[in-house]
Design a protein around this ligand. Sequence first.
Ligand code: GLA
Length: 671
Amino acid sequence: MTDQPPKANNTPPARLHLGAAYYPEHWPAERWPEDVRLMQEAGFTVVRMAEFAWSTLEPTASEFNFDWLDRAITMFADAGMVSVLGTPTAAPPAWLIQQHPDILPFDEKGRQVQFGNRTHFCVNSLEFHAAVQRIVTAMGEHFGPNRHVIGWQVDNEYSRVCYCDRCQRRFQEYLQEKFESLDALNERWSTRYWSQTYTDWAQIPLPIGLHNPGLRLAFKQFVTESYRRYQKLQLDALRPHLPPGVWVTHNFMNWFDAFDHYALTEDLDLASWDWYVGTGHLDYLAAGAAHDLVRGFKQKNFWLIETQPNHVNWRPVNNTLNKGEGRVMAWHAVAHGAEAVLYWQWRSALGGQEQYHGTLIDPSGQPRPFYSEVQRLGREFAKVSHLLAGATTDARVAILNDYNSRWSIQAQPHHQDFDYVAHLVHYYKPLAALNIPVDIISADVQDLSRYRLVFAPALMLINQRRAEVLTEYVEYGGRLVLTARTGMKDDDNALWPMRQPGLLAELAGVEVEEYFALDEPVPVKGNWFEGYSHQWAELLNLTDKLGAAIAHYGPANGWLDDQLAITVRSHKSGLVYYVGTYLDEAAQYALLERFTQTVKLSRPRITAPQGVEIRTLVNPDKTEIWLAINHQRTGKIVESPWPVLEHLSGKTFEGKFKLAPYGVAVLTRPD
Ligand code: GLA
């Protein structure tokens, strides 16, 4: 089984991978060769197995049954496919729950979760930890050295938040470590308010419903910490058995908000995620933000470890994607940094909760119509794998993302429609429509110097460190865009005793005199646009002579009439904008186009009409590659200033050429 170890760490992936989740334990072994054949014919290079297979891998405590998985891995290897293994811990088996019923978590309403679905574990249960350690260590020992296993996925989609007594005690201990004294906690949380002063750590509740903002934020951080420890337990059990170059990931759910994804991905080798459109169709401008978010977790390329084979089963309407749309989704992911596309799943188990989910193979064991689209992808990936493997996005624009600010706003939105992510994506979309590559990165990154333009949407929580990084960025010539709801709170979700944007007020040369949740749109007139502010408006004052007005409010509620809505302040060659409004889409597009015009951004010189995405990637040998993706159901004209070689068709084009409906072109300049 164990021959040579795979290549050393950080070597660029040899290829672009295509594959699916496959559960051999659902099928008689006699069927497997037919699945292998069909996968080969689809051009698969990878299979993902074993997640959720706990009851098959360990039918009773400490009795392991790994032969079947050995056989499956070998069979795929013989057919030229590598394996990614999941630890099965998101599905604790019935025997374990019978032994330790206490593993079952409690929901917010105090009800204990029943056995019979998945993620039915309390992330802080020590009995559970012991069982996890046992199965993961055994799997690591057994499968870790297998050279056909190139990577591991820990657990599946962390999501459950538990409200049991044990979690409450752990939360109290966590707070004790964080604040050291009750006096400090009481002070930071202003607990004299409504007589919440704590005199014993044991008095501190878990936040259910409305609660003290400090406590609510700390609880989110505690959930992050709980999952991080749980993940670490698995990493420590696995890593000693993995040869160099074998990575460990977890499959995240893009904007999911239960924990801080930057903290969790810090401990992993690779970020990966599960992308489902669900109801409706691909909105590539918004989906691009999700990919860029995941690429930003580790600031490197990622795996699309699950995606939708045409339809899901968990939405009110599980419509099917249009013919061609699934293929475009895969290319869109690659264009944003996916180094692998894996469908969930190959074939539905005959029973179980997900019988209606899309698959590549139907219950009869024959390919579904979508299979041929994947086959086409397989051929295409094989053609351009050498070109795209390890190719990266060279973005000069960043959007800062911050879970603490998001949680703070989520807990007290002040306007029910104000959503942190929607607001962030409101800044992303116009850039994406202009085909300007963007990195979405943590608001805590220390060095922004590679960026020409940085957006910090609703960076509600500001601290000294963040203020210093942003100040340095601007002082060295960076352009920073601050937006509504910036700089109001400190790290404990308490208000700063100063006007917004708090520690950034001097840098921005502006102060927010008042904020308004809007019940009706307010007109905004700018130097280059006219539009409306909706949901939110901040009344701004310039605080020094280096600041200038960019937009004013029109007639509104009296308070806002003719007041400043957007400002700019210069710092030698650096600039800070403060956008106090939440503009309508047309005005936002005009504003952002202007922002991008003031900085030199390398835009692809290959052009196309709206609805066609043009992404530039640079591969490790510095070749520039352009991906042109037509997200429309009608043909579109693409124009290149120089001759280009289109690698999927092998044709060379000059000037204008046509992209078919849902067409994709992979272009380089011929030597
Ligand atoms: C998630 C899970 C998968 C599967 C799919 C269905 O992403 O990780 O196991 O349930 O949803 O869409």
